[in-house]
Design a protein. Structure first.
Length: 256
Protein backbone atom coordinates (compact mmCIF):
# COMPACT_ATOMS: atom_id res chain seq x y z
CA UNK A 1 0.00 0.00 0.00
CA UNK A 2 1.43 3.36 -1.05
CA UNK A 3 1.89 5.86 1.79
CA UNK A 4 3.90 8.66 0.12
CA UNK A 5 4.50 9.69 -3.48
CA UNK A 6 6.30 12.60 -5.08
CA UNK A 7 5.73 13.47 -8.74
CA UNK A 8 8.64 15.24 -10.41
CA UNK A 9 9.38 17.52 -7.46
CA UNK A 10 11.99 20.15 -8.24
CA UNK A 11 13.65 22.71 -5.96
CA UNK A 12 15.43 25.72 -7.38
CA UNK A 13 17.29 28.42 -5.48
CA UNK A 14 17.77 31.25 -7.94
CA UNK A 15 19.73 29.76 -10.83
CA UNK A 16 20.69 26.62 -8.86
CA UNK A 17 18.61 23.45 -9.18
CA UNK A 18 19.15 21.51 -5.95
CA UNK A 19 16.72 18.69 -6.80
CA UNK A 20 15.29 17.96 -10.24
CA UNK A 21 12.23 15.84 -11.09
CA UNK A 22 12.42 13.54 -8.05
CA UNK A 23 9.89 10.71 -8.27
CA UNK A 24 9.58 8.79 -5.00
CA UNK A 25 7.22 6.06 -3.87
CA UNK A 26 7.15 4.73 -0.29
CA UNK A 27 5.02 1.72 0.58
CA UNK A 28 3.66 1.09 4.05
CA UNK A 29 6.10 -0.73 6.34
CA UNK A 30 9.18 -0.27 4.15
CA UNK A 31 12.61 1.00 5.13
CA UNK A 32 13.94 3.00 2.18
CA UNK A 33 17.22 4.91 1.97
CA UNK A 34 18.30 7.98 0.01
CA UNK A 35 22.04 8.13 -0.58
CA UNK A 36 24.48 10.20 -2.58
CA UNK A 37 27.66 12.29 -2.25
CA UNK A 38 27.72 15.41 -0.07
CA UNK A 39 25.75 18.23 -1.65
CA UNK A 40 23.69 15.88 -3.83
CA UNK A 41 20.36 17.37 -2.65
CA UNK A 42 19.25 14.71 -0.16
CA UNK A 43 18.31 17.01 2.72
CA UNK A 44 16.59 19.37 0.26
CA UNK A 45 14.35 16.45 -0.74
CA UNK A 46 13.54 15.83 2.95
CA UNK A 47 12.77 19.51 3.42
CA UNK A 48 10.29 19.46 0.55
CA UNK A 49 8.51 16.39 1.90
CA UNK A 50 8.20 17.91 5.39
CA UNK A 51 7.08 21.36 4.26
CA UNK A 52 10.25 23.29 5.11
CA UNK A 53 10.61 24.10 1.39
CA UNK A 54 7.79 24.43 -1.11
CA UNK A 55 8.79 22.68 -4.37
CA UNK A 56 9.35 24.95 -7.35
CA UNK A 57 7.56 22.31 -9.43
CA UNK A 58 5.88 18.98 -8.84
CA UNK A 59 3.51 17.57 -6.23
CA UNK A 60 3.72 15.45 -3.06
CA UNK A 61 0.98 13.09 -1.88
CA UNK A 62 0.60 11.46 1.54
CA UNK A 63 -1.92 8.61 1.79
CA UNK A 64 -3.52 9.84 -1.42
CA UNK A 65 -3.94 13.50 -0.41
CA UNK A 66 -1.77 16.33 -1.72
CA UNK A 67 0.47 17.97 0.91
CA UNK A 68 2.71 20.00 -1.42
CA UNK A 69 1.86 23.42 0.03
CA UNK A 70 1.14 22.48 3.65
CA UNK A 71 3.08 23.97 6.58
CA UNK A 72 5.44 21.72 8.55
CA UNK A 73 3.14 21.55 11.62
CA UNK A 74 0.21 20.50 9.41
CA UNK A 75 2.30 17.75 7.82
CA UNK A 76 3.44 16.54 11.24
CA UNK A 77 -0.16 16.39 12.45
CA UNK A 78 -1.02 14.19 9.46
CA UNK A 79 1.56 11.62 10.59
CA UNK A 80 4.97 12.52 9.13
CA UNK A 81 7.82 13.10 11.59
CA UNK A 82 11.53 13.68 11.06
CA UNK A 83 14.90 14.00 12.72
CA UNK A 84 17.69 16.32 11.56
CA UNK A 85 21.26 15.89 10.39
CA UNK A 86 22.35 18.24 13.20
CA UNK A 87 20.64 17.16 16.41
CA UNK A 88 18.01 19.71 17.46
CA UNK A 89 17.14 19.00 21.08
CA UNK A 90 16.10 21.51 23.71
CA UNK A 91 19.49 21.30 25.38
CA UNK A 92 18.53 23.03 28.67
CA UNK A 93 15.49 20.80 29.19
CA UNK A 94 15.48 17.31 30.62
CA UNK A 95 15.22 14.15 28.54
CA UNK A 96 11.61 13.70 29.68
CA UNK A 97 10.69 17.33 28.96
CA UNK A 98 12.00 17.01 25.40
CA UNK A 99 9.58 14.16 24.75
CA UNK A 100 6.68 15.79 26.59
CA UNK A 101 6.91 18.86 24.36
CA UNK A 102 6.39 16.74 21.25
CA UNK A 103 3.28 15.18 22.81
CA UNK A 104 1.59 18.59 22.91
CA UNK A 105 1.07 18.46 19.14
CA UNK A 106 -2.11 16.44 19.57
CA UNK A 107 -3.43 18.06 22.75
CA UNK A 108 -7.11 19.06 22.51
CA UNK A 109 -7.44 21.23 25.63
CA UNK A 110 -7.43 25.00 25.09
CA UNK A 111 -5.27 27.57 26.87
CA UNK A 112 -8.02 28.35 29.40
CA UNK A 113 -8.38 24.68 30.37
CA UNK A 114 -4.61 24.30 30.65
CA UNK A 115 -4.06 27.43 32.78
CA UNK A 116 -6.80 26.43 35.23
CA UNK A 117 -5.76 22.79 35.05
CA UNK A 118 -9.32 21.67 34.46
CA UNK A 119 -10.13 17.92 34.41
CA UNK A 120 -9.90 17.64 30.62
CA UNK A 121 -6.35 19.02 30.62
CA UNK A 122 -5.32 16.98 33.68
CA UNK A 123 -6.47 13.81 31.95
CA UNK A 124 -4.51 14.67 28.78
CA UNK A 125 -1.48 15.62 30.88
CA UNK A 126 -1.49 12.22 32.60
CA UNK A 127 -1.73 10.47 29.23
CA UNK A 128 1.17 12.52 27.83
CA UNK A 129 3.34 11.70 30.84
CA UNK A 130 2.55 7.99 30.58
CA UNK A 131 3.25 7.93 26.84
CA UNK A 132 6.52 9.85 27.25
CA UNK A 133 7.79 7.49 29.95
CA UNK A 134 6.86 4.48 27.83
CA UNK A 135 8.79 5.91 24.86
CA UNK A 136 11.87 6.53 26.99
CA UNK A 137 11.68 2.94 28.20
CA UNK A 138 11.51 1.68 24.61
CA UNK A 139 14.51 3.73 23.45
CA UNK A 140 16.56 2.84 26.53
CA UNK A 141 16.59 6.28 28.17
CA UNK A 142 14.27 5.74 31.14
CA UNK A 143 17.15 5.93 33.64
CA UNK A 144 18.22 9.32 32.24
CA UNK A 145 14.75 10.91 32.17
CA UNK A 146 15.69 13.71 34.57
CA UNK A 147 19.11 14.41 33.03
CA UNK A 148 19.66 17.44 30.82
CA UNK A 149 19.52 16.36 27.19
CA UNK A 150 22.85 18.11 26.53
CA UNK A 151 24.56 15.84 29.06
CA UNK A 152 23.76 12.66 27.11
CA UNK A 153 26.41 10.94 24.99
CA UNK A 154 26.01 11.51 21.25
CA UNK A 155 24.39 8.15 20.50
CA UNK A 156 21.79 8.63 23.23
CA UNK A 157 21.01 12.13 21.97
CA UNK A 158 20.20 10.52 18.61
CA UNK A 159 17.85 8.09 20.35
CA UNK A 160 16.19 10.93 22.23
CA UNK A 161 15.60 12.83 19.00
CA UNK A 162 13.95 9.71 17.54
CA UNK A 163 11.85 9.30 20.71
CA UNK A 164 10.69 12.90 20.38
CA UNK A 165 9.68 12.24 16.76
CA UNK A 166 7.80 9.10 17.82
CA UNK A 167 5.89 11.15 20.41
CA UNK A 168 4.04 12.88 17.56
CA UNK A 169 2.48 9.48 16.66
CA UNK A 170 3.81 9.27 13.09
CA UNK A 171 3.13 6.67 10.44
CA UNK A 172 6.06 7.87 8.32
CA UNK A 173 9.41 8.66 9.97
CA UNK A 174 12.19 10.48 8.10
CA UNK A 175 15.68 10.04 9.56
CA UNK A 176 18.42 12.41 8.38
CA UNK A 177 21.80 10.68 8.85
CA UNK A 178 20.92 8.85 12.11
CA UNK A 179 24.30 7.05 12.22
CA UNK A 180 26.40 10.21 11.74
CA UNK A 181 29.33 10.26 14.16
CA UNK A 182 28.79 6.71 15.40
CA UNK A 183 31.40 3.97 15.63
CA UNK A 184 30.74 0.51 14.08
CA UNK A 185 29.28 -0.93 17.29
CA UNK A 186 26.94 2.03 17.75
CA UNK A 187 25.92 1.81 14.08
CA UNK A 188 25.08 -1.88 14.44
CA UNK A 189 22.98 -1.12 17.52
CA UNK A 190 21.22 1.66 15.63
CA UNK A 191 20.37 -0.69 12.76
CA UNK A 192 18.68 -3.08 15.19
CA UNK A 193 16.93 -0.16 16.89
CA UNK A 194 15.50 1.20 13.63
CA UNK A 195 14.13 -2.23 12.74
CA UNK A 196 12.65 -2.50 16.24
CA UNK A 197 10.79 0.81 16.09
CA UNK A 198 9.59 0.07 12.54
CA UNK A 199 8.01 -3.14 13.80
CA UNK A 200 6.83 -1.90 17.23
CA UNK A 201 5.24 1.30 15.91
CA UNK A 202 4.10 -0.01 12.51
CA UNK A 203 6.16 2.67 10.75
CA UNK A 204 7.38 3.38 7.27
CA UNK A 205 10.94 4.75 7.41
CA UNK A 206 12.73 6.91 4.86
CA UNK A 207 16.32 7.71 5.72
CA UNK A 208 19.34 9.62 4.48
CA UNK A 209 22.57 7.91 5.43
CA UNK A 210 26.23 7.94 4.44
CA UNK A 211 27.15 4.89 6.51
CA UNK A 212 26.95 2.13 3.90
CA UNK A 213 27.00 -0.67 6.47
CA UNK A 214 23.75 0.70 7.89
CA UNK A 215 22.21 1.41 4.47
CA UNK A 216 22.94 -2.01 3.00
CA UNK A 217 22.05 -3.81 6.21
CA UNK A 218 18.62 -2.30 6.73
CA UNK A 219 17.19 -0.89 3.49
CA UNK A 220 14.73 -2.74 1.30
CA UNK A 221 15.10 -0.19 -1.51
CA UNK A 222 17.58 2.62 -2.17
CA UNK A 223 17.40 5.83 -4.19
CA UNK A 224 20.69 7.42 -5.26
CA UNK A 225 21.15 11.16 -5.87
CA UNK A 226 23.95 12.95 -7.67
CA UNK A 227 23.78 16.70 -8.28
CA UNK A 228 20.07 16.69 -7.46
CA UNK A 229 19.19 14.00 -10.01
CA UNK A 230 18.11 10.41 -9.31
CA UNK A 231 20.76 8.26 -10.96
CA UNK A 232 19.64 4.88 -9.63
CA UNK A 233 16.88 3.11 -7.71
CA UNK A 234 16.72 -0.51 -6.66
CA UNK A 235 17.55 -3.15 -4.08
CA UNK A 236 20.80 -2.95 -2.07
CA UNK A 237 22.37 -5.60 -4.33
CA UNK A 238 21.37 -3.72 -7.49
CA UNK A 239 22.77 -0.45 -6.12
CA UNK A 240 26.06 -2.06 -5.06
CA UNK A 241 26.60 -3.30 -8.62
CA UNK A 242 25.42 -0.15 -10.41
CA UNK A 243 28.31 1.34 -12.37
CA UNK A 244 26.83 4.84 -12.38
CA UNK A 245 26.57 4.78 -8.57
CA UNK A 246 30.16 3.60 -8.26
CA UNK A 247 31.30 6.44 -10.51
CA UNK A 248 29.33 9.02 -8.50
CA UNK A 249 30.99 7.94 -5.28
CA UNK A 250 34.48 7.15 -6.49
CA UNK A 251 34.83 9.36 -9.59
CA UNK A 252 35.92 8.28 -13.05
CA UNK A 253 39.47 7.99 -14.35
CA UNK A 254 39.37 9.76 -17.70
CA UNK A 255 42.20 7.55 -18.94
CA UNK A 256 40.50 4.35 -17.90
Amino acid sequence: MEILRSDNITMQFGGLTAVKDFNLTLNKGEIVALIGPNGAGKTTAFNMITGVYKPTNGKIYYKGSEITHMAPYQITKLGIARTFQNIRLFKDLSVLENVLIANHLHIKSNVFEALLRLPKYKNEDRKMMRKSLELLEIVGLADEKHEKSSSLPYGKQRRLEIARALATSPELLLLDEPAAGMNPTESEDLTKFIRQIRDDFNLTIFMIEHHMQVVMGISERIYVFDYGITIAHGSPKEIQNNQRVIEAYLGVDENA
